[in-house]
Design a binder for this molecule. Structure first.
Ligand code: SF4
Length: 154
């Protein structure tokens, strides 16, 4: 049975109310593929620059590019795919890890709890197949509260 919201109506129980399985295998697929954009806030730019021990201006110049009115992290074209500039495929053989993991922006931290990904079971399965992300649907169950926090970008 659904719960009653403050307006007196029935609160909609999301399809993932019982949680979703996800455990990253460090394949790097979500940080690569067709050209894309990794957005970040000014605070996140500062955090990434500090992680790299460089000034924010230098960080923006070296690692980001303008996309319309915004800036995205750069990508490197490798074997026909576009890797995030910080994707590290060499430090751990067989793994692809984030070179600025502790300071990665919200867009990366909240994957795969994105509204367009968890919109429906179909979008979840389609994203899992298209990325492809072997971590989606396997590993530990992430409870609803954790997914909701991810969806709000916290
Ligand atoms: S595609 Fe999935 S399993 Fe692979 S690195 Fe990204 S989150 Fe991890």
């Amino acid at each position: 049975m659904g719960t009653t919201d403050e307006g007196g109506g029935e609160a909609v129980r999301p399809w993932y109310a019982d949680g979703l399985r996800f455990e990253c295998t460090q394949c790097g697929n979500c940080c690569s593929g067709p050209p894309g954009a990794v957005w970040f806030t000014a605070e996140e730019a500062g955090a990434m620059a500090r992680e790299l021990k460089i000034a924010t201006a230098e960080f923006l110049e070296r690692y980001t590019r303008r996309v319309g009115a915004r800036r995205s992290l750069k990508e490197l074209k490798i074997d026909g795919r576009y890797d995030c500039v910080f994707l590290d495929r060499t430090t751990r053989p067989g793994k692809a890890i984030c070179g600025i993991y502790r300071a990665r922006p919200s867009q990366c931290r909240t994957w795969p709890w994105w509204p367009e990904v968890v919109e429906s079971p179909e979008t979840w399965e389609e994203t899992k197949r298209r990325t492809p992300c072997p971590g989606m649907g396997s590993g530990r169950v992430h409870p609803l509260v954790e997914i909701t926090i991810g969806l709000t970008g916290s």
